[in-house]
Design a protein around this ligand. Structure first.
Ligand code: UFG
Length: 327
């Protein structure tokens, strides 16, 4: 049985990836510090608690399992937080990834799938962003991810570390079987906050900014279903196994939804209006992030068939109502 080392496997996206890996015949080994992850979400393979900054621990996990590949999800990813404490992001994301990459190379594990972000593109005035768009991050989170992308290219040149980089747009939804779902502590993401507000688990949602240069004044994002997103990662492993060249892929659908449109859709799905009020802009937010997503479809054969707003909110709502990881 081939092991894949999954950093951040106890988190939202990582736990869904572990399920997809298991279904594809791999055994995911979760490496997670549990600072933001939940051990209860580790259901599909062994768990090794550890921090990316602990090189000795990483070395021993590589030696124990001899994984065929690494999927690197573990990162801090809050735009608001990174504006307040950029050092945290450079230390945890960049230094942590450097440790992981060096440990992988030392162990001879030269296939690497990396979670990057559309936040590396920055705020580019209403263009659809494809993989060749300039990377001009406007926050430390995006800058840290761009630095890791550069690191991977340098390590390929020097040590043959082959990699697939996925730049995520906004991930939403949950496993339709209800085994895993979205949970963050603290929660800052639009969809779970909105669902919490609907059933009174939290205060009314604040809409961050209504004076953006968009048709309804609220920010526009491109949402992708978490199950479609992790399917792309399994295709990324196959890409590397087939000995194809290192490659960057956007993961989004190419369709943007404003904050108000997401609220309207969740009203339609849940039959309940989202209690909300208008507030000021949140520092670090881009006006519009929409993916040019044809490369992943054309080259990987990716088919994001679950990524309608209705399906994402339906699956998120089902998970929400199951009461797992309540706020
Ligand atoms: N929003 C609100 N009110 C809230 C929360 C969010 O209006 O209480 C708005 C945001 O301003 C933004 C949209 O809803 O316009 C989506 O916000 P999220 O916090 O859900 O997601 P972000 O777009 O800020 O961030 C996500 C990921 C990041 C990633 C980024 C790239 O969390 O990791 O997408 O845009 F970098």
């Amino acid at each position: 049985m081939a092991y894949v080392l999954v950093t951040g496997g106890a988190g939202y996206i990582g736990s869904h990836a572990c399920k997809a890996l298991r279904a594809a015949g791999y055994t995911p080994v979760t490496y997670d510090s549990l600072v933001t992850g939940w051990q209860d979400a580790v259901k599909f393979g062994p768990f090794e608690q550890g921090d990316l900054l602990d090189r000795a621990r990483l070395d021993s996990v590589f030696a124990q399992y001899e994984p065929v590949a690494v999927m690197h999800f573990a990162a801090l990813s809050l735009v608001g937080e990174c504006m307040q404490d950029p050092g945290l992001y450079w230390r945890n994301n960049v230094s942590g990834s450097l440790n992981l990459i060096e440990a992988a190379v030392a162990a001879g594990c030269l296939n690497f799938v990396f979670s990057s972000t559309c936040a590396t593109y920055g705020d580019q005035d209403n263009v659809v962003l494809d993989e060749d768009s300039a990377q001009m991050p406007i926050n430390a989170y995006g800058a840290s991810k761009r630095a890791i992308e550069d690191m991977l290219a340098n390590f390929e040149t020097a040590h043959g570390l082959r990699h697939v980089i996925f730049r995520y747009f906004n991930v939403a939804g949950a496993d339709p079987d209800g085994e895993v779902g979205e949970f963050h502590r603290p929660e800052t993401h639009l969809v779970p906050l909105m669902l919490d507000a609907i059933d009174g688990k939290r205060d009314a949602l604040t809409i961050f900014g209504t004076d953006y240069d968009t048709p309804d004044g609220t920010c526009i994002r491109d949402y992708v279903h978490v199950c479609d997103l992790v399917d792309a990662h399994v295709l990324g492993l196959k890409w590397l196994a087939d000995d194809k060249k290192s490659r960057v892929f956007n993961l989004g659908t190419g369709t943007g939804f404003s904050v108000r449109e997401v609220l309207d859709q969740s009203h339609a799905v849940t039959n309940r209006a989202v209690p909300c009020h208008e507030g000021p802009r949140r520092a670090g937010d881009c006006t519009k992030l929409v993916s040019g997503s044809s490369r992943a479809k054309a080259e990987l054969g990716w088919n994001p068939h679950r990524s309608t707003m209705k399906q994402m909110i339906t699956d998120a709502w089902r998970w929400h109502q199951s009461g797992h990881y309540d706020a």
